[in-house]
Ligand binder design. Sequence first.
Ligand code: SF4
Ligand code: F3S
Ligand code: FES
Length: 257
Amino acid sequence: MSADDNKEDISGQSRQNRWLTFNVLRYNPSDPASKPRLQAYKLEDADSMTLFIALNEIREHQDPTLQFDFVCRAGICGSCAMMVNGRPQLACRTLTRNLPAETTLAPLPFFELIGDLSVNTGKWMRGMSERLQAWLHGQEVEVDPRRIEERMNPELAEQIYELDRCVECGCCVAACGTAQMRQDFVGAVGFGKIARFRLDPRDVRQDDDYYELIGDDTGVFGCMSLLACQDVCPKSLPLQTQIAFLRRKMAVTGAGL
Ligand code: SF4
Ligand code: F3S
Ligand code: FES
């Protein structure tokens, strides 16, 4: 037994021999006979176990029909996001020792449900990225190779890199009250993308081009400053700062009004 085995979890219980109950919302929308229900699974806690490992254990040893997503297991691909006791978070970055003895798991709201804990965030992210033209807009003419080689101010590169850390997990959208009311809201992830390309000196677009994309209720003026997006972002991106900055800039220039 390691010394760590006797440590306590957040409820003060010893983690040794602690049993966890996962109440998982089960539903398969492609099966007409399927009805939404909670299904309980029990599993013994283990040192350094993540929620992702726990779900794999359950799928391997208890129920091979349980659906959930993962790719990287390292907080990089963003595919394992789910509602954990009502809060969106990444299963692979959630240690079971930080969970209570009983945990309820549900799929992220807002996104198309594939089944159980699996949702199609990719489809929505693609649509949002296309709508916001979230890619580098270079010059139309053949690009001068010397322009590509141009050095970028390291501080600016750092700011762009910071926003590029978004893993498109969808947690910010799942936590956002506006997004729950309107499916066409671009969400904090969308604002982050606009902010990222607006900062990039290689992008030829002007401020007005960006503001046109987000200057209505589906964009910046639909955001009610609820702040949940920043609270739940697993990458701790400065979403609120970006939203406030974009809104201020647009108010000053009169864009979208
Ligand atoms: Fe996830 Fe954060 Fe990106 Fe939103 S901004 S999709 S919460 S990483
Ligand atoms: Fe939603 Fe974040 Fe705005 S939670 S309402 S996008 S501040
Ligand atoms: Fe990739 Fe969790 S599996 S972020």
